[in-house]
Design a protein around this ligand. Structure first.
Ligand code: PMP
Length: 410
């Protein structure tokens, strides 16, 4: 580890606040959304204080500055994932990025009856429902990779699922519930042999480890700014240049048009073709600041640091009788979302005891209901770690779980 977490925490004033009753906040819900450092808040504020105007509109100086700030943000984000700026579309979030691809493929008439869309049983609803809907609209069939008992993709049906009828393989890089990191490269290579498009949900991987689109081997990658220290309301869809160029728009209106007649319109090339309306410029600027922050830490260091927290959580939770990890129990190919159940105590009760102690975790199905159904549990408690968490905070989680057991007589 090359960064000092205690020094870094000073960049996140919210982490110093206390909750009702004077309890210090222990924020272990970064899988849902992350806190924002001053550098990100300052970048957004500076944009509004000095440069605010509608990007890609108007001939005045401020509009030029706003456009430059927006396009610089695109360059920064592109570099972060090893992409060209022309392949980076700003969206609202991961959800919108995946919907964009699903709608554009549907509008392009790329799927029909007899075709197949393949997902996995561990998908967030954002990477499941849009494909269900596309299947419904086009008559294509939806099928999926199941899960093994210990939280991995069950690849035993790969030959059956990936063949010449499979038009789309959509899968998460890293599960927000199980923490599992999926073998995207291997599956993408197999899928590409049949001309299948590979869409990757990077909401939980891009914030936490080095991701390079060339190495990943996918065709599309979607992620969200708010899960990587950036602002709400901005996300990214990366797409291979030739594929983006061949796709029709998703949303239409201003900013994405070339020539509009009363009865027809021609569209700009990507990425503008997919960015209808006045761009979310301050958010993009904030996201670029977040990327800068992560780059200064180093993504390999971020991943290595999170591993130390995850290892500690997995080990200490394993020592608590009645606690079961839902997902891989070792560090190999897993990230820092740690879901668990506690025998005899509903996850919502665990969450409540933790909340009373200032420990913020998420309880429920985490927008991935098929996972809890697969494991026959009503919900899980999920702690998710990020760069600003400390080993002491992991200990506070585990002490809170023990306190819940005491309270509920477990
Ligand atoms: N996919 C995964 C794996 C996620 O964890 C999330 C957020 N919980 C999403 C997609 C959706 O992200 P957003 O709500 O920012 O669109």
């Amino acid at each position: 580890m090359t960064f000092d977490v205690h020094a870094l925490r000073k960049d996140f004033p919210i982490l110093e606040r206390t909750l009702d009753g004077g309890t210090p906040l222990v924020y272990l819900d970064s899988g849902a959304t992350t806190q924002k450092p001053l550098q990100v808040l300052d970048a957004e504020r500076d944009f509004y204080l000095r440069h605010n105007a509608a990007a890609h509109r108007g001939a005045h100086q401020l509009a030029g500055e706003a456009t430059e700030a927006y396009e610089q943000a695109r360059d920064t984000v592109a570099r972060f994932v090893g992409a060209d700026a022309g392949e980076v579309v700003f969206t609202r979030n991961t959800t919108e990025g995946i919907n964009l691809v699903a709608y554009a493929l549907g509008n392009a008439g790329r799927l029909g009856p007899g075709d197949r869309i393949v997902v996995t049983e561990m998908e967030h609803h954002a990477n499941l429902v849009p494909w269900q809907q596309l299947a419904e609209r086009t008559g294509a069939r939806l099928d999926w990779f199941g899960l093994t008992d210990d939280g991995w993709l069950d690849l035993s049906r790969a030959d059956e699922l990936l063949d010449e009828r499979t038009r789309v393989l959509a899968l998460s890089h890293q599960s927000n519930v199980l923490g599992t990191i999926n073998p995207v490269r291997e599956l993408a290579d197999r899928a590409h042999a049949f001309g299948t498009l590979v869409v990757v949900d990077g909401a939980q991987s891009v914030p936490h480890r080095p991701v390079d689109v060339a190495e990943l081997g996918a065709d599309f990658l979607a992620f969200s700014g708010h899960k990587m220290l950036g602002p709400n309301g901005v996300g990214v869809l990366w797409g291979r240049a030739d594929l983006l160029a061949g796709l029709p728009p998703f949303l239409t209106g201003g900013s994405m048009i070339e020539i509009v007649e009363m009865d027809r319109t021609t569209f700009l090339p990507p990425p503008q073709r997919f960015e209808a309306g006045v761009p979310m410029t301050s958010q993009a600027v904030g996201l670029a600041a977040a990327v800068g922050y992560l780059e200064r830490l180093g993504m390999a260091e971020v991943a290595a640091y999170e591993d130390t927290l995850t290892a500690r959580a997995l080990q200490l939770l394993a020592e608590v009788p009645g606690v079961r990890i839902v997902g891989p129990t070792g560090l190999a190919d897993r990230g820092s979302a740690v879901s668990f159940t506690v025998d005899g105590i509903h996850p919502h009760d665990v969450g409540q005891v933790l909340d009373e102690r200032g420990v913020a975790v998420r309880v429920g199905h985490h927008c991935a209901r098929p996972i809890v159904k697969r494991y026959g549990i009503p919900a899980t408690t999920r702690a998710s770690f990020y760069v600003y968490n400390t080993p002491d905070e992991v200990d506070a989680l585990v002490e809170g779980v023990r306190a819940a057991q005491k309270y509920f007589g477990g």
